[in-house]
Write a protein of this length. Structure first.
Length: 693
């Protein structure tokens, strides 16, 4: 067949096309600008440093969809649709071009380079169209029929409409191609060999009606795109525009570093005179701009929901929920904040609804979070939860004095005696028995390492056994170390995460002063909470250590370096529970397992292990709060037992986890069946001192 001449839409159609484009894009830009204004209401946050890492994150997590395959079937379906959007965005430009210039603009998909790269693109595009249709069908099946846990009890209508719309775009493309085939385009070159859906449908049409089919395809595609574009900012599909920048501006600081309020004392001083000075987030417009971009970017996919320890135990919290509540509240408040609501007196109206902290976002939600970061680790678009929750707590605690009643004594304990039980501060070193041969820095400051013991390791009976186990190991290895004894203060980690930034900083600064007096450079901690804050946060307050070690990591190194020997005595199956602040926050996964193996254990990982570990329920200060049943620790204990074949021993590497998992075993009446031990205890019990030789 002879190649058809180039087609055009006709003058009237072209003018109509122009009108549709101007109106469609104009309305979109107006709404988009409004959303941008809302985002710029947020507080400052420098997210422009480390550009190379940002570009790499964008390639890996946005374009590479790195977290999508974590859930295989949904991930593959999403990747099919994402690749479709990327590929077909070029197609959309071409179709708009054809609306004005006809097929002369390009029939292959890539203007100018059409003759060379166009056919390759066209072939790829045909595959992509099929992939997108499979993706849409798969998602519709999940939403309507199979309904996995995270798809339950959520609206179906909007997602199904969107899937129908995406499928409609593909169908328009197929008919557009069919029209071109029917008129004799695509009869030459590489494109002829591409078995696209358009060529399959083409026999339904002929040279006479092919042009009408092509025109309908061009119009249908263009109108659907413009309608969709204008719908995006109003629903969760706004993420199609915001997700890529959201990944680019992701948090690149250590996960374990809370934003410090360095001018907290000045703020307290100015507060009486200036009502604009505040601490924490009272309202959503105080969120940093990136946190507003975060909730714009939430796809509501629900990946963050099922393994959130709070949600799993029926508390009113998930990352998705906080995103939705923040967004709706922002949309309610924004017209007032931007002066778009006028009162009867003609002046800007005041918003009279609830505040965000404790109002639009309930207190139960804010306090339920264990700050475990499981949600952040699962979120495909790298949305953050921890800083926002802590800032909402900061407002409640420091501006309103609105504190869960059980925390009053805990805060008082830290204030008066630097420990959460308010035990005498001078009793902090009472665990040091003579047989340990441990000295304080006051007695001997000529050491290489400070062993920072922490509140649990100093006062809690069960945890002091771990403290002593570590001392025994360090002594056996000949490590020159000392402790602070009664000069040590609480590390401040938990007070800060409970929103009491002032108290937390007070504890941090007191420790820093003592450590600087002794010229401490290297520290070992066995509590991951102390470890995290000394490693990632003390520098914000002026203390830069040369080395901060978690004890499991340090002892694993002693073992590798041959400084200690451990008798492997056939411990058998031992399940290991990864503490959130050791694993997810600081990436220490292998060291505790290495110690278990050295002690002769066969390590059994629960189904939720390593970066997917399920929290014990104590993080974020929840250790010191009441919890209604069902409890997180009970759920975790059961999950460990059920998925590791019911071992006789569970290894942990954190005093909070030790307490919580132990309580879980007691609540399940299994205390006598299964022992819970810190890996350091297992090593200390098996130290090969050569005494038997
Ligand atoms: S926060 Fe992230 S994981 Fe959770 S629903 Fe939104 S996009 Fe999905
Ligand atoms: S940090 Fe943990 S407890 Fe808090 S919302 Fe995320 S998953 Fe839930």
């Amino acid at each position: 067949m002879e190649q058809a001449a180039h087609l055009t839409m006709g003058t009237t159609s072209t003018w109509l096309f122009l009108a549709a484009l101007v109106v469609g894009l104009g309305v979109f830009l107006y709404v988009f600008y409004y959303r941008l204004q809302i985002m710029l209401l947020g507080g400052s946050d420098n997210r422009f440093e480390l550009l190379k890492t940002r570009i790499w994150y964008t390639i890996k997590y946005a374009f590479g969809q790195a977290r999508m395959p974590d859930e295989l079937s949904a991930g593959i379906l999403h990747i099919l649709i994402f690749v479709g959007f990327m590929t077909l965005s070029i197609r959309t430009i071409v179709i708009f071009g054809q609306g004005f210039g006809g097929t002369a603009f390009s029939i292959y998909g890539i203007p100018v380079l059409g003759y060379y790269l166009g056919p390759i693109y066209a072939a790829l595009k045909e595959l992509v169209v099929i992939g997108v249709l499979i993706g849409c069908a798969g998602f519709a099946w999940r939403r309507i029929v199979s309904k996995p846990v995270r798809m339950q009890n959520i609206p179906v209508v909007e997602p199904v409409l969107i899937l129908t719309w995406i499928s409609g775009l593909m169908v328009a493309d197929i008919f557009l191609e069919a029209g071109l085939h029917a008129m004799g385009f695509h009869e030459e070159g590489f494109i002829k060999t591409v078995p696209g859906l358009g060529s399959l449908v083409a026999p339904l049409f002929n040279e006479d009606n092919g042009k009408t089919v092509w025109e309908i395809g061009v119009w249908a595609h263009s109108v659907m795109i413009l309608i969709f574009l204008n719908y995006l900012p109003f629903g969760k599909h706004f993420h199609i525009i915001t997700a890529i920048p959201n990944v680019f501006f992701a948090n690149l600081n250590p996960y374990g570093r809370l934003r410090p309020i360095l001018d907290i004392e000045e703020r307290f001083e100015k507060m009486d005179q200036d009502p604009n000075v505040s601490i924490g987030y009272k309202n959503v417009e105080q969120y940093a701009w990136k946190e507003i971009l975060d909730f714009y970017s939430c796809t509501e996919c629900g990946r963050c929901v099922p393994f959130c320890p709070a949600w799993a135990t029926q508390k009113p919290l998930s990352l998705k929920r906080v995103n939705k509540e923040s967004k709706h509240h922002m949309y309610e408040r924004a017209p007032y904040l931007l002066g778009k609501k006028v009162g009867p007196d003609g002046k800007a109206a005041e918003y009279e609804g609830p505040q965000t902290a404790g109002g639009a976002i309930e207190k139960e939600t804010i306090w339920a979070c264990t700050l475990c970061r499981d949600c952040e680790e699962r979120c495909p678009v790298l949305i953050e939860q921890v800083p926002r929750i802590v800032d909402l707590r900061r407002h409640l605690v420091m501006m309103e004095g609105d504190i869960p009643s059980e925390l009053n004594n805990t805060f008082r304990g830290w204030e008066r005696n630097s420990n959460p039980w308010s035990l005498g501060y001078d009793k902090r070193g009472e665990w040091i028995t003579e047989d340990l041969g441990v000295q304080t820095l006051a007695e001997n400051a000529d050491v290489d390492y400070l062993f920072y013991v922490g509140c649990m390791g100093s006062f809690d009976d069960r945890s002091t056994r771990v403290t002593k186990a570590l001392c025994k190991i360090l002594k056996a290895a000949g490590v020159r170390f000392g402790v602070l004894g009664m000069e040590e203060q609480c590390c401040g980690e938990t007070a800060r995460r409970l929103g009491n930034e002032f108290l937390g900083q007070m504890l941090v600064k007191a420790n820093i002063e003592t450590m600087q007096n002794y010229k401490v450079k290297k520290v070992i901690c066995f509590c991951p909470h102390c470890f995290n804050t000394l490693k990632n946060e003390y520098a914000d307050f002026g203390m830069k250590f040369e080395e901060v070690w978690h004890a499991a990591d340090f002892v694993a190194k002693l073992l590798r370096d041959g400084k200690i020997k451990v008798k492997a005595d056939g411990l058998g199956d031992v399940a290991f529970h990864d503490p959130c602040f050791l694993g997810r926050y600081n990436g220490v996964y292998e060291a505790p397992r290495d110690l278990l193996k050295a002690a002769g254990a066969t390590v059994r990982d629960p189904s939720l292990a390593r970066h997917r570990s399920f929290c014990c329920g104590a993080g974020g200060g929840r250790m010191w709060m009441e919890e209604a049943k069902p409890r997180v620790n009970d759920m975790r204990f059961k999950e460990i037992m059920d998925t590791t074949g019911g071992p006789k021993l569970i290894g942990v590497s954190c005093p909070y986890c030790l307490t919580m998992i132990l309580d879980g075993s007691k609540n399940a009446n299994m205390e006598d069946n299964v022992k819970i031990k810190d890996v350091l205890e297992l090593v200390a019990e098996r130290l090969d001192t050569g005494a038997d030789a």
